[in-house]
Each structure stands twice: as structure tokens, then as C-alpha cells.
Design a protein around this ligand. Structure first.
Ligand SMILES: [Zn+2]
Length: 279
């Protein structure tokens, strides 16, 4: 997970740009009348996200007032006037998408799209709100379900508001599965608030990162097999352990919670692996 700067793109400008592309005068006028609701939703979102209380935002099926614009109309506003090439809001889409090269959720794939942190199907007032739109890779975008966030325990890491880069919470274990195999797990620091602990604990499952990191990690174990075998034959178990620790420390400099750091740390801590079981 990587933190990225909160966008400075103004919600009012984005909304107006998207509205300018609507050809139907009646529909455009209803969107104009609805603008206050969107600005209020954006303001509440910022406050709640800052306090990790985004779960308190109500999904649209819990709204008690009849909206001026329908849920489908708001979803289409994003799809047809912001995400579509050549449409008036597309310039803002490109600015938001261009804010990161690597996906902040997985840290392994390039950014290709924008992810609605709160899905537009459930929270249509936030469909074109910049702080709800996060640059994201295709895999993470596909894996995340369009689910409501009902409680503290459902919240995920928000790359614009959360910084979980200072302490280690991603770990791995080496198991003997017809040779060494890696399994990733989350263990948040005990001193963290429950809000923060839930966010990192949800992170692997929300984006299927346990499987995706596992595939990469097991490929890496195969890739260094010859190197570790030669080192073990030349210099023994301690030399292997030292090499693995150095590699973990090097990755930790870059990102304390990247899969490579957790993998090499787990390999260095595995007596089974360091004693010559390289697969
Ligand atoms: Zn990703």
C-alpha cells in the first residue's frame, strides 16, 4: 500500500464540466439543482475520511428524500461525461489518474483506471467527487466488490487519507509444500486503533493480494533457487541468512510493507529454508 497526495481538483469545477456535456435541458437543470447535495456529500466525505469514519456515510438506498436526479443518471454522468474520451470532464479524469504511476493498493501494477472508493452504485452523489476517485490498476479495480460499507470493520485503506507506511503490518511465513512456499498475512501493531487495524486486515482480501503476492513470491523463490544453492554450497547456512536479511533491509528502505520485504524477511527467519531446502 502506498499513500498518495489528496487531489486538489475542485469538485465544483468537475461537476460543472460534466454537466456541460448533457444535451437534455431538463436533465441538465435537475443536475444543476442537485449540485448543493453533491457539494455537501463531498464535504462530509472529507471530514469522515479524515477521521476514518467513512462507514457513517449512508448508501443511497437508505436516503429518505426523493432525489432530483436518479442513481442511474448520476452513474452515467461519470461514465459518459467524465470517463469517456473526448467528453468535458475527461481532462479531470486524466489529472486524477495521472497522480500515481504504480497502483497505491497493490504496489505491483501500473495505474490504468480510477477506482470509486465508495462505489457509485451505492453512493451516486460521490460519482464524480475527486477525493472518492483513486488511481488504480485493472486487477485491484476488478477484485474490489461494489459493496456498501456498513461498519468500522468493513473499511479499507484510503490512499489519500491513510498513512500506514511507518510500521510493519505485512508479514509472510515459509511453509513446506513440496518445497518452500510463501504465505502472506497481516498483523497490525497492537497499539493501533481498531479502525486502523480493520483497514489493514481487510486490505489483502479486498484486492485478493494474498493470492497475487503469493504467486509473485513463489515465482521469486524459484528465481533465486540457483543463487541460494550456490551460496549455501560455497559459504553455508549463515551466509544464506545474511544475504536474505540484506535483501529484506534493502526492500524495507523502499517500502516497509511491500511483498518483497515480507518474503525475504520470512525466508531469512526460516531455519528450514536457510538450511538448504531451496526446492
Ligand atoms: Zn493494484
Amino acid at each position: 500500500m502506498r499513500k498518495i497526495p489528496k487531489p486538489t481538483v475542485d469538485v465544483s469545477l468537475v461537476y460543472d464540466a460534466c454537466l456541460s456535456g448533457i444535451g437534455n435541458v431538463d436533465k441538465q437543470s435537475r443536475f444543476v439543482s442537485h449540485k448543493g447535495n453533491v457539494l455537501y456529500a463531498a464535504s462530509e466525505y472529507e471530514k469522515k475520511a479524515f477521521d476514518s469514519e467513512i462507514y457513517q456515510i449512508k448508501a443511497c438506498d437508505e436516503c429518505i428524500t426523493v432525489p432530483l436526479v436518479t442513481k442511474d443518471e448520476q452513474k452515467k454522468l461519470y461514465v459518459e461525461q467524465m470517463a469517456k474520451l473526448g467528453r468535458p470532464g475527461r481532462g479531470y479524469y486524466d489529472i486524477l489518474r495521472g497522480a500515481a504511476r504504480l497502483c497505491p493498493f497493490c504496489g505491483i501494477s501500473s495505474v490504468r483506471t480510477l477506482e470509486h472508493y465508495l462505489p457509485k452504485a451505492q453512493y451516486p452523489d460521490l460519482a464524480v467527487v475527486p477525493v472518492n476517485l483513486i488511481p488504480c490498476c485493472r486487477d485491484c479495480n476488478t477484485e474490489k466488490l461494489d459493496a456498501k460499507i456498513d461498519g468500522i470493520e468493513d473499511q479499507n485503506i484510503h490512499p489519500y487519507f491513510d498513512d500506514f507506511t511507518q510500521e510493519q503490518w505485512l508479514f509472510a511465513d515459509i511453509i513446506d509444500l513440496y518445497g518452500p512456499s510463501v504465505v502472506f498475512r497481516v498483523k497490525p501493531p497492537a497499539a493501533w486503533s481498531s479502525k486502523s487495524q480493520y483497514k489493514v486486515m481487510n486490505h489483502l482480501t479486498t484486492y485478493s493480494l494474498d493470492e497475487r503476492f503469493g504467486d509473485l513470491g513463489n515465482g521469486e523463490i524459484e528465481g533465486v533457487r540457483k543463487e541460494m544453492t550456490d551460496l549455501f554450497d560455497d559459504a553455508g547456512s549463515q551466509a544464506v541468512k545474511t544475504q536474505l536479511e540484506e535483501r529484506a533491509a534493502s526492500y524495507a528502505e523502499r517500502n516497509l510493507n511491500c511483498w518483497q520485504m515480507a518474503l525475504y524477511q520470512a525466508l531469512a527467519n526460516s531455519n528450514y529454508y536457510c538450511q538448504g531446502n531451496f526446492g
